[in-house]
Design a protein around this ligand. Structure first.
Ligand code: NAP
Length: 350
C-alpha cells in the first residue's frame, strides 16, 4: 500500500474566474498568475481517484487557463494543470476498484484538482491505464492532443464521405498536435497541407507525411498558397491560429470548405472580406473543443479512440517531442522562459 502524504507542494492559481483579456497563450512571468504553496492532499469522493504525479505536459490551454482566457473559469488557490500521468493511490467509494495501483494517463475533470501538484484529483472515468510500452512522457501528453488529433482527422474523413477530395490544411502544423495530425492523415491516405511560420521545420513535416509545406514568412507565401489551394483543392482547414492568414487561406479554398477553428494562438482578429462565399459556395466556419467531444461521444466510441491513441504511441507511430523538462518546484520561476522553446512540449517532472 502506497503511503499518502497529508500535505503536498502545489502551484496554485492567484485568481478566480475569467480575466476578460484575449492576449493568447503567451506569458512573461508565471508569477503573475500562479504561486508555490503547501496545501492539504485532496481526498477522493464518489467516482474520483487520487493520482500521485509522475509527469505532466504544459499545453497552450494551460496558459490560456491561468490567464483567465480559457473556456472554463479559474479557481483561486487550486492547483493549475490539465493533464498528466501518474499512479492511482486512492479511490472514492464509487470509483472503479481496478484503477488502484495503475499507472494512468488522465485529464483533470471539472470537479478535480490540477496536475501542477504532487497529487491530482480526477474522475476515474478520465483515467486510461497505460500499457508498459507507453513511456511516462508519452503518458503525460496522451489525452488532450492525441484525442483531438483523432477526433479532428475524423471530421476530415467524414467530410470527404460527402465531398470530393483528400487534402486538408493544418495551421501551426509544427505544434505537437499538428504533427500528430500529419502522421495520422498520411496513414489514412489523406494529403495534409502544413502551414507554418518557420521554414526550418519543413523537412521534418514532409518526413512525417505533409504533402506540401507552406511557410507564412516566405515572400512568395500568398502565391504559393493560392497555387496549392488550386491544385490540391482542400475542403477542410483545421486551424489553431485563427488570424488574417487563416482567413485568407479560407477565402482561397474551394466551394464546400469547412474552416474548423480549435485554437487561438494569435490574438489578431481576422476579417472576412467575402461573406458571399458562405452563401454561394456553401463554405462554413465552425469550432471544435475536446471537452464537447468527450461529453457527446458515446462511451464505446471513446474506448476505441483511447485504444487507437495508445497503440499509436506503443508502436512508435506517434511520439511526444520534448523541448524542456521542468521540475514542479521551478514552474513559477522557469515556465515563462521554457515557453520560448516551441520545438516540443514542456514536461513537468515531480
Ligand atoms: N480545441 C481543443 O479541444 C484543443 C485541444 C488540444 C489543443 N488545442 C489547441 O491546439 C493548438 C496546438 O496545441 P499544441 O499543444 O500542439 O501546441 P504546441 O506543441 O505547444 O505548439 C505550439 C505551436 O504554435 C505555433 N504558434 C504559436 N503562436 C503562433 C502564431 N501566432 N502563429 C502561428 N503559429 C503559432 C508555434 O510555432 P513555431 O514553431 O513557429 O513557434 C508552435 O509550433 C493550441 O492552440 C491548443 O490550444 C485545442
Amino acid at each position: 500500500m502506497t503511503e499518502i502524504a497529508s500535505e503536498m507542494h502545489a502551484v496554485i492559481q492567484l485568481e478566480d474566474g475569467y480575466s476578460g483579456t484575449a492576449e493568447g497563450p503567451i506569458i512573461d512571468d508565471a508569477a503573475d498568475y500562479v504561486k508555490d504553496a503547501t496545501i492539504a492532499v485532496p481526498k477522493p469522493q464518489g467516482k474520483q481517484v487520487l493520482v500521485k504525479m509522475i509527469a505532466s505536459s504544459v499545453n497552450p490551454s494551460d496558459l490560456h487557463f491561468i490567464k483567465g482566457e480559457y473556456g472554463q473559469p479559474r479557481r483561486k488557490n487550486m492547483p493549475a494543470g490539465f493533464e498528466g500521468c501518474g499512479t492511482v493511490v486512492a479511490l472514492g467509494d464509487e470509483a472503479p476498484k481496478s484503477l488502484l495501483g495503475q499507472r494512468v494517463a488522465f485529464a483533470v475533470s471539472l470537479d478535480g484538482s490540477g496536475t501542477w501538484a504532487d497529487y491530482a484529483l480526477t474522475n476515474g472515468n478520465t483515467c486510461v491505464p497505460l500499457a508498459p510500452e507507453v513511456s511516462d512522457i508519452d503518458g503525460a501528453a496522451l489525452i488532450v492532443n492525441p484525442l483531438t488529433a483523432v477526433a479532428m482527422v475524423d471530421l476530415v474523413v467524414q467530410h470527404y464521405e460527402q465531398q470530393k477530395g483528400d487534402a486538408f490544411v493544418i495551421t501551426a502544423a509544427s505544434s505537437q498536435l499538428g504533427k500528430l495530425m500529419i502522421g495520422l492523415g498520411r496513414d489514412l491516405g489523406l494529403k495534409p497541407i502544413a502551414v507554418v511560420r518557420r521554414a526550418d521545420v519543413a523537412d521534418n513535416l514532409k518526413n512525417l507525411g505533409a504533402e506540401e509545406v507552406l511557410v507564412t514568412s516566405d515572400a512568395d507565401f500568398t502565391a504559393d498558397m493560392q497555387g496549392v489551394m488550386k491544385s490540391l483543392k482542400p475542403r477542410m482547414m483545421l486551424d489553431a491560429v485563427c488570424d488574417q492568414i487563416s482567413a485568407d487561406i479560407f477565402t482561397a479554398m474551394p466551394a464546400f470548405t469547412r474552416w474548423v477553428g480549435y485554437g487561438k494562438l494569435s490574438p489578431e482578429a481576422p476579417k472576412i472580406e467575402q461573406m458571399g462565399q458562405m452563401i454561394f459556395m456553401n463554405k462554413k466556419i465552425e469550432g471544435f473543443w475536446l471537452v464537447n467531444w468527450m461529453r457527446d461521444t458515446p462511451y464505446e466510441e471513446k474506448v476505441k479512440v483511447f485504444t487507437q491513441v495508445q497503440t499509436r504511441f506503443a508502436t512508435k507511430k506517434w511520439c511526444t517531442d520534448v523541448a524542456t523538462k521542468l521540475p514542479l518546484k521551478d514552474i513559477v520561476t522557469g515556465l515563462a522562459t521554457a515557453t520560448k522553446r516551441t520545438d516540443g512540449k514542456i514536461i513537468i517532472t515531480y
